[in-house]
Design a protein around this ligand. Structure first.
Ligand code: FAD
Length: 469
């Protein structure tokens, strides 16, 4: 009997796990003679997804949710039978801290970009001059730029510097922990470029293409835009693992090097063994992939990519410790403000079931390209900095009951201008030099959890098509 074809998956984050799950689903459905092995360097699955339960609190050390409108994550959760566990965030006022004040996020904005000007005119987030500047956006000619450009350049041209610095930068580059003047528009939010080109104006384009706000009854809040799971995102990782065939996952087994042989590959493992694979999906971060395939010059392009380090700081309190509460779910911070935290979520208000009655959980972010050193400070120091910042606006009168600092080194890949082209070049070279080896995960096609799931699904299609050839 012919031996089964071996498919190796490198990395057990959400992208690698999705790949393994959907591959095995296909193998079972079509009785394919393939076998899947997943190699994970660390002692646990999930990668950046990591939920901690402590004293009745549910703490997300990494991501806390995913965008509901990107469907692949909910579909995966349905597929593994966990849809009953889906929970939506509570909506509430969100704020931007600019200068020394918290400002309500103006209504009718998409990622901070106005779809209507009136709420921005009414806000104190912008000076009179900046309000005048954004009001001319619908009249400006569309950009001539046909290639990629930075988000900063695009929005500064359309709306002026102040909207970019006070509103867009904290929101948009917050997602990527990146520098707005370096981040690629096409790799992050191409929709803005497309509407500008089609409608001549971003505001007009968003008005034409965004769903109209449904008429909400007074006092009825719109549904939240994010989803998570009742028992935390780690339960998705555990649910996926439980669906994999026994013997699929190999923990504490790094893949250090990959060599091409005649019609297969040798994966050199950290434990000294060699795994023979007919196809492989590399779902580990870009710098790990570059090291595995460092003999190929074209992989140098991945070396040019950067990644930012960030840390999350979850702090828990008795409700009575917060002397000046704010009615809302959180805030982001403009770079013009003298703060070192970059954002804060009032987790107890945003996510039901995460915080025991009578308690409060605040979760802050620190770390950005020009302040990555903060991530290397001690836990105590990071907590002290976060509390000092929070006290400027909230008045917290006692120390946290406990706090949890989670460091994420080189965790946020930077999609800088030219990212899509760089990734396309690498993939084109791989198709010639490494047929049957595919890239998946947050380094390439989107960093959100649903994007990583999409990339895993795409990798499944690629592997199956390759092995069928
Ligand atoms: P990873 O999760 O990085 O997994 C890669 C795996 O590969 C790791 O387990 C690693 O140990 C393993 N590995 C590395 N090298 C090797 C090797 N040589 N051999 C074998 N294994 C190896 N996204 C959202 O949608 N919503 C959010 O709220 C959100 N918040 C975030 C907050 C933080 C603090 C961070 C850091 C990210 C956040 N993201 C969020 C982004 C999202 O979490 C990630 O993009 C996504 O989880 C990445 O998944 P992945 O499978 O591509 O990679």
């Amino acid at each position: 009997m012919a031996e089964k074809k071996q498919i190796a998956i490198v990395g057990g984050g959400i992208a690698g796990l999705t790949t393994a799950y959907y591959l095995q689903k296909q193998i079972r459905a079509y009785r394919l003679d393939y076998e899947v092995k997943l190699f994970e360097a660390s002692s646990h699955l999930g990668g950046k997804i990591d939920t901690l339960k402590k004293d009745g609190f549910l703490i997300e050390r990494g991501p806390d949710s995913f965008l509901a409108r990107k469907e692949s994550a909910s579909r995966l959760i349905h597929d593994i039978g966990m849809e009953k566990d889906l929970v939506r965030n509570n909506t509430g006022q969100s704020y931007i801290l600019a200068g020394k004040k918290l400002h309500k996020m103006p209504k009718r904005a998409f990622m901070g970009v106005p779809t209507e000007l009136k709420p921005f005119y009414q806000s104190r987030l912008l000076s009179t001059k900046a309000k005048a500047r954004i009001s001319v956006e619908p009249m400006l000619p569309k950009g001539k730029e046909a290639q990629d450009q930075s988000m900063g350049l695009f929005f500064r041209r359309r709306f002026g510097d102040e909207l970019v610095e006070n509103v867009l930068e904290p929101l948009l580059s917050g997602v990527y922990a990146g520098e707005i003047d370096e981040l690629s528009l096409m790799a992050t939010y191409p929709k803005f470029y497309e509407v500008e080109q089609q409608y001549g104006s971003v505001i007009k384009g968003l008005q034409a293409t965004m769903p109209k706000p449904s008429k909400q009854k007074k006092d009825v809040k719109p549904p939240g835009a994010f989803l998570s799971l009742r028992n935390g995102l780690q339960s998705l990782v555990d649910g996926l693992e439980a669906k994999l065939d026994p013997g699929t996952v190999h923990l504490e087994t790094s893949v250090d090097h990959i060599e091409r042989k005649e019609d297969h590959y040798h994966l050199l493992l950290g434990n000294g063994e060699v795994f023979r694979a007919d196809a492989a999906v590399l779902a580990s971060p870009f710098f790990a992939v570059q090291r595995m395939l460092s003999q190929y010059d074209f992989m140098e392009q991945l070396k040019e990519m950067k990644a930012t380090s960030v840390a999350t700081v979850a702090m828990t309190f008795d409700a009575s410790a917060i002397k000046k509460d704010i009615d809302g779910t959180g805030f982001v911070i403009s770079r013009n403000s003298k703060y070192r935290i970059t954002a804060c979520t009032w987790t107890h208000k945003k996510w039901e079931g995460t915080t025991p009655e009578g308690k409060v959980m605040l979760r802050c972010y620190v770390g950005r390209p020009d302040d990555s050193g903060i991530v290397d400070l001690s836990d105590e120091e990071i907590v002290r900095i976060a509390l000092k910042d929070l006290n400027k606006i909230m008045k917290i009168k006692s120390k946290p009951l406990f706090s949890v600092v989670s460091r994420w080194k080189k965790a946020m890949p930077q999609y800088v201008v030219g990212h899509l082209q760089r990734v396309a070049n690498v993939r084109a070279n791989m198709a010639i030099n490494l047929p049957g080896v595919f890239l998946a995960g947050g380094s390439y096609d989107g960093i959100g959890i649903p994007d990583c799931i999409d990339s895993g699904e795409q990798a499944v299609q690629n592997v199956l098509a390759y092995l069928r050839e």
